[in-house]
Design a protein around this ligand. Structure first.
Ligand code: CP3
Length: 349
């Protein structure tokens, strides 16, 4: 493997010494960039995911435009249920919709196991091409949804306010839920291993809906499976990040899941988490994405507060607490990146 020209992100994931804090942003390849919208005007979202040249192009855009310290492969967490046989539609101004959600045992058993090299070849081809085009300027992050977050979409069929359908399933038919989670976990572990084999330098698991569960159920229906996946991903030195939105209780328990990095949303206090977790894992986060609507002065003040809350030393990756929003001015994102790069030097060395 060729050496990365900028390996700050990888070093920070392993809590190694860096001379500043690395920064990237969840959903950095997206609609807030006019350059993304120009590509998107020519192709629908799923076609973009399935066309390695387009996926590679928009993956690299935030590296060229914002100068972030990592790229994340352009794709979606929902390509996995799609590969397992579900019919996905990305509805303009609605979001993802599965027209035939999973509601019973028969639906569950209709889901296929997959071979990522066949059924998700287009993602792996996008990874290979992106690695080539990136030319090792920065590391490339591969990702998947957590089994729980994927199950939530597969059972609800779309985004949801109350998640009644998936909660109905886990509370009344936990056996079916566990069978499904088991199946999805196996698929994810193979998929993430394949991404690493094709060149991804790190992996992030998104548990966007982990925070909607009672604590005990979060462990049983989410964390438990994430742990299994992390222990079975075939990897050498590639770090794993676990981001569970809305979950910052019992951080010590989270930190035992086997991930090298735990990502937190903006409701978390990094100093408190660092005190509790100690040096067990690196921390990623956690500026409220809405801060990027503010003036540069306010962005600077808020970003400084995040740096200060982690404090001095290694093992912090600056990020937003969730994805960047589609109507944020790109110059504000660029300002944040430049500011964090400069200001964070004070917290190192
Ligand atoms: O981070 C990146 O830049 C890489 C690409 C990426 C996308 N989706 C592209 C995308 C990643 C990592 C995701 C993950 C994802 N997808 C998650 C987990 C993270 C999170 O945000 O919570 C979830 C829940 C999804 C499911 C999903 N995909 C939703 C709910 C939507 C619709 C809402 C929205 O933001 O439009 C998508 C579509 C989607 N995924 C877009 C992009 C750039 C917008 C599609 C478009 O161009 O119209």
């Amino acid at each position: 493997m060729k050496k990365l020209k900028n390996d700050l992100f990888i070093r920070a994931c392993k809590r190694k010494k860096t001379d500043r804090t690395p920064i990237w942003m969840m959903r950095q390849a997206g609609r807030y960039l006019p350059e993304y919208r120009a590509v998107r005007a020519k192709a629908d979202f799923i076609t973009m995911c399935k066309t390695p040249e387009l996926a590679a192009e928009v993956t690299i855009q935030p590296v060229d435009i914002l100068d972030v310290d990592a790229a994340i492969i352009f794709s979606d967490i929902l390509v996995v249920p799609m590969a397992m046989g579900m019919d996905l539609e990305m509805k303009e101004s609605v979001g993802p919709v599965f027209h035939k959600p999973i509601r019973n045992e028969a639906d569950a058993s209709s889901l296929k196991s997959i071979d990522p090299f066949k059924d998700l070849k287009y993602v792996l081809d996008a990874v290979t091409l992106t690695k080539k085009n990136l030319d090792n300027r920065v590391p490339l992050i591969g990702f998947s949804g957590s089994p729980w977050t994927l199950l939530a979409y597969m059972v609800e069929g779309k985004g949801s306010k109350n998640f009644s359908e998936v909660k109905k399933l886990i509370y009344s038919q936990p056996g079916i839920a566990h069978k499904l989670l088991e199946k999805i976990s196996e698929v994810i572990a193979e998929y993430l291993s394949a991404k690493i084999e094709c060149g991804c330098d790190a992996i992030q698991i998104f548990d966007t809906w982990g925070g909607i569960l009672p604590q005990k159920d979060f462990y049983e229906f989410s964390l438990n499976y994430v742990e299994k996946i992390i222990s079975s991903i075939k990897r050498k030195q590639e770090p794993v990040i676990f981001f569970a939105k809305g979950v910052n209780y019992k951080p010590k328990k989270l930190a035992k899941c086997g991930a090298d990095v735990i990502g937190f949303d903006w409701t978390a206090d990094l100093s408190q988490l660092r005190n509790e977790i100690g040096n067990k894992t690196a921390l990623q986060g956690n500026l409220d994405p809405n801060v990027l609507y503010s003036s540069h002065e306010i962005i600077a003040r808020r970003a400084k507060a995040v740096l200060k809350s982690f404090g001095k030393g290694n093992g912090h990756i600056f990020n937003l607490g969730h994805g960047i929003l589609p109507d944020v001015p790109p110059e504000n994102a660029k300002f944040l990146v430049d500011y964090v790069k400069k200001e964070s030097i004070k917290y190192h060395g």
